[in-house]
Design a protein around this ligand. Structure first.
Ligand SMILES: [Zn+2]
Length: 88
């Protein structure tokens, strides 16, 4: 815990931008920054992969049996957590 301490602050905004990244609403430069952060920050990479898996699951909602039970539980837990944080 020294050189990466600023990441704690960066991470929340990175997660937000991951959504824009997914929707192709970022410039190539911005997308590069996100990707760079994801490669250097394991929690964010993990989160990013969960988001991606979740989107795939949503797209394949009629074939949810494709996802292993453990993954579904993990994705659902992550999604619930996020909904609670954002609760609009
Ligand atoms: Zn991060």
């Amino acid at each position: 815990m020294s050189e990466h301490r600023h990441d704690l602050h960066d991470c929340s905004s990175v997660i937000e931008q991951v959504y824009a990244f997914h929707d192709h609403e970022l410039s190539a430069e911005e997308a590069d920054e996100i990707r760079e952060h994801l490669m250097a920050c394991e929690p964010c990479l993990d989160r990013f992969q969960v988001e991606e898996a979740m989107r795939m699951l949503i797209r394949r909602c009629c074939r949810e049996d494709l996802a292993p039970e453990g993954l579904r539980v993990r994705i659902q837990a992550s999604f619930t957590e996020q909904v609670e944080v954002e609760s609009d």
